[in-house]
Design a protein around this ligand. Structure first.
Ligand code: CA
Ligand code: CA
Ligand code: CA
Ligand code: CA
Length: 465
């Protein structure tokens, strides 16, 4: 079965359904759920055109500032520090009107949750959801770290569990990183665009996507043939997955338009996160993250360019089978102590067994399997130390309480006598650059490549004065 909505422009939404199967299998996901009014998503961006006919029914209303004239009574009725914030807040201009003078935020919002199956325009990844406009970027697409921090802390206060962050820059900010950590402690998933500079963010970081905070999901952009978009950043340890971001049709004030960017890839991931929360309302942020990562379609074009080597798949993220994310082990010169392999395994029921199988070639040969031990959803298993010149191939298999078995992808690393290392694994081993730290630096949105370049030029002009 496939659930296809009647929206007039759905045929142009290749990210949701296309003939190359480079889509996210949205029509299969919609067999399971089309979203829920109980799921609130925060769009930290340029605002939202909340009157857009394909968005209006899905705009969040703050219950503590709604009804009985509380919207405009000049009183902070819910005591959250913001007066009459009945549909989010404008942190840039410090008022209660988060309307969009740019179009970027409205485009992002439509990807997450334009009203589906209402016979007009497009369908969001969610037909139904609540979109909270947390505006901190102005009409020119720039904003300040302090306002971004305030928007994040507002989401913490209002119990908004999923945040879309289609913006970033190269300057690090301790205040921003601290706010994301506060969000993690509050159980918030922070989905961030990897940026549009066609560069490796492992070596030249983009923030906030490359911060090591575990609740960040960093998103690269893919096209309608499952290739990396030419503008997209990547990063073997600093980017988690790819999602459609080239030529994406979505809502803008006054209508619809196509835009490209990791800005457009990010809300596809956020949309899937919201679908997962509609289906599994009690899921914690860590399991939510690894449902999304464990559900990717692995593709050669993304190999060694991101942690999962794969592109978002909405239907897989809703699966009742075990979902496995095996964290790549780097090459190592360690020949004396065991190699620990980590995998995150999520299931709707429980995992009854997880097995690590490895095959040696080169200096040592053989194959063996060991049981993995669990700490929450994080499973680990040990491979004994091997002599220099050995290649270790490994894979993880898991079985759930219903007897479903999933085998994860096969990965490998070399035991070599080369560079010092033996350091470990994936996202946990990211280093933070502190050299160019700023506390009040301007941030720019990672919109399409043209818009991004336009903003760079704007800053150069200003600096010359
Ligand atoms: Ca209030
Ligand atoms: Ca009020
Ligand atoms: Ca629609
Ligand atoms: Ca299951």
């Amino acid at each position: 079965m496939e659930t296809v909505p009647n929206d007039s422009r759905f045929g142009q939404q290749w990210a949701l359904k296309n003939s190359n199967d480079a889509d996210i299998d949205a029509t299969d996901a919609w067999d399971i759920t089309t979203g829920s009014d109980a799921v609130v998503v925060g769009i930290i961006d340029t605002g939202i055109d909340y009157n857009h006919p394909d968005l209006a029914p899905n705009i969040w209303r703050n219950p503590g500032e709604s009804g009985g004239g509380r919207e405009n009574n000049g009183v902070d009725d819910d005591g959250n520090g913001y007066v009459d914030d009945f549909r989010g807040w404008d942190f840039r201009n410090n008022d209660n009107d988060p309307s969009d003078q740019n179009r970027h935020g409205t485009h992002v919002a439509g990807i997450v949750g334009a009203v589906g199956n209402n016979g007009r325009d497009i369908s969001g990844v969610n037909w139904r959801v609540k979109l909270a406009a947390l505006k901190f970027l102005g009409a020119d697409g720039s904003g300040n770290v302090g306002d971004a921090v305030e928007a994040i802390l507002y989401a913490v206060r209002m119990n908004i569990k999923i945040l879309n962050n289609s913006w970033g820059g190269s300057g690090a900010s301790q205040a921003l990183q601290d706010a994301i950590e506060t969000a993690r402690q509050a159980g918030i998933l922070f989905v961030a665009a990897a940026g549009n500079d066609s560069k490796d963010t492992d070596s030249s970081p983009n923030y906030p996507s490359a911060y090591p905070n575990e609740n960040i999901v960093a998103v690269a952009s893919s096209d309608d043939r499952d290739r990396m978009s030419s503008f997209s950043n990547w990063g073997k340890t600093s980017v988690d997955l790819a999602a459609p971001g080239s030529n994406i049709l979505s809502t803008v004030p006054g209508g619809l338009t196509e835009l490209s960017g990791t800005s457009m890839a990010t809300p596809h991931v956020v949309g899937v996160a919201a679908l997962v929360m509609a289906r599994f309302p009690n899921l914690d942020w860590l399991s939510l993250k690894y449902r999304i990562l464990g559900g990717v379609d692995v593709k050669n074009s993304f190999r060694n360019r991101m942690i999962t080597d794969g592109r978002l798949n909405a239907a897989n993220a809703l699966s009742t089978r075990p979902l496995i994310t095996t964290i790549p082990h780097p090459n190592t010169n360690n020949t004396t102590s065991p190699y620990t392999i980590t995998a995150f395994i999520v299931d709707d029921g429980s995992i009854t067994s997880a097995t690590l199988t490895y095959t040696l070639s080169g200096a040592a040969t053989g194959t063996d399997s060991v049981s993995m031990t669990a700490q929450g959803i994080e499973f680990s298993g040990s491979i004994p130390a091997q002599p220099q010149g050995t290649t270790v191939q490994y894979t993880v298999r898991a079985r759930d309480n219903q007897g479903n078995v999933t085998q994860g992808r096969t990965l490998e690393f070399d035991v070599s006598g080369g560079a010092p290392g033996g350091g470990c694994c994936g996202a946990a081993a990211l280093t933070i650059r502190t050299g160019n730290r700023t506390t009040d630096g301007a941030l720019t949105i990672a919109a399409n490549l043209l818009l991004f370049l336009g903003i760079v030029l704007y800053f150069r002009r200003r600096q010359r004065k």
